[in-house]
Design a protein around this ligand. Structure first.
Ligand code: DOR
Ligand code: ZN
Length: 354
């Protein structure tokens, strides 16, 4: 029997790009309308590398939250070979810093200041393991000899597994996992490793950006892979298994930066992620697992309380109209088009209705 209504704990987004300045002002309300908390990526220009910078960035985000919305940004530091351990530890103890992000230098947008020599950061990772601060990894090697479709698998072998053997207590989130290799590695990796999965990697495979013309609004990093990988991601996300949870990796770029001879990576899903996910989970006959994926597994791994608020999803006969794009910085940001109509909407459940 198909259902047309269900209620879950208010979701969180465990991987989000909000940017800064005008873009931050334009996009924060989309996330706060849908999510209670989000892990905020630090790849600004210049990157967020100190606790003072994370505190200031958090204040700028807070000032962009629309009236009546409730939203808690969970800040991260951008790991460099020169990260100051004492500063990082102070940030973690004060509650400002929730995690540290590792970008291999050159792997993606604004990753130039990332890590080149992984041995240099081992003392930092050892301290993080001692204090229980999670490391969030962009899991792709940057070696030009390695095919872009293999970069996640090679990262696991060459970088991630050696790091985890050297620093066994380190808690790691493989961000935006895209391959069977990644899912298998997390699945067999014990209690110290988890993975986020994006909305778009559950929906598109590599045909979306390559077949029938280059479609830059489906280009992101890690790139979407073959269909067989997408199916493994869907199985993991809808399984209810506790070490897979939602991180949208929603990453706004103005259209002129995407629709270019060298277009940048990023897909914007903050507006319609939850509507898309409800459809994906319904298609997989797994609506009863959406709460685990979007609302329960993330806080469990991060050791945070589950949100108190609830949201009710209802299915309408008419599809919901989302804007195709929205204006910002004298340009527009294109919204992710899942390629199917969206019928699930959600709204907060008020305390007196629970
Ligand atoms: O597609 C992506 N966009 N992947 C990333 O790793 C970075 C992000 C961005 O910041 O635009
Ligand atoms: Zn990202």
């Amino acid at each position: 029997m198909s259902i047309d209504q269900f209620t879950i704990t208010r979701p969180d987004d465990w991987h989000l790009h909000l940017r800064d300045g005008e873009m931050l002002a334009a996009v924060t309300g989309h996330s706060s309308a849908n999510f209670e908390r989000a892990i905020i990526m630090p790849n600004l220009v210049p990157p967020v590398v100190t606790t003072a910078q994370a505190t200031a960035y958090r204040d700028r985000i807070m000032s962009c939250i629309p009236d009546g919305h409730r939203f808690e940004p969970l800040m991260t530091l951008y790991l460099t070979e020169n990260t100051d351990i004492a500063d990082l530890e102070a940030g973690a103890h004060s509650g400002v810093v929730s995690a540290v992000k590792l970008y291999p230098a050159g792997a993606t947008t604004n990753s130039q200041s990332g890590v080149r020599n992984f041995d240099k950061v081992i003392p930092i990772l050892e301290r993080m393991a001692e204090i229980g601060l999670p490391l969030l990894v962009h899991g792709e090697v940057t070696d030009p000899e390695v095919d872009i479709f293999d970069r996640e698998a090679v990262f696991i072998d060459r970088v991630l597994d050696p790091i985890r053997r050297k620093v066994p207590g380190l808690r790691v989130v493989m961000e935006h996992v895209t391959t069977t290799n990644g899912v298998d590695y997390v699945q067999s990796g014990g209690d110290t490793i988890a993975a986020t999965i994006t909305t778009h990697h559950l929906i598109i495979n590599r045909n979306a950006y390559l077949a029938g013309g280059i479609r830059p609004h489906y280009y992101c990093l890690p790139v979407a892979k073959r269909e067989e990988h997408r199916l493994v991601l869907r199985a993991a996300a809808t399984s209810g298994r506790s070490r897979f949870f939602l991180g949208t990796d929603s990453a706004p770029h103005p259209n002129d930066a995407k629709e270019a001879a060298c277009g940048c990576a990023g897909i914007y899903t903050s507006i319609n992620s939850l509507n898309c996910l409800a459809q994906v989970f319904e298609d997989e006959d797994a609506l009863d697992q959406l709460e685990a994926f979007a609302s329960l597994n993330g806080p469990s791994f991060y050791g945070l309380p589950v949100n108190r608020g609830k949201v009710r999803f209802t299915k309408s006969a008419e599809p919901i109209a989302f804007p195709k794009q929205f204006a910002v910085q004298n340009d527009h940001v294109t919204v992710f088009d899942p390629g199917f109509p969206l019928h699930w909407r959600h709204q907060p459940v008020h305390d007196n209705e629970v």
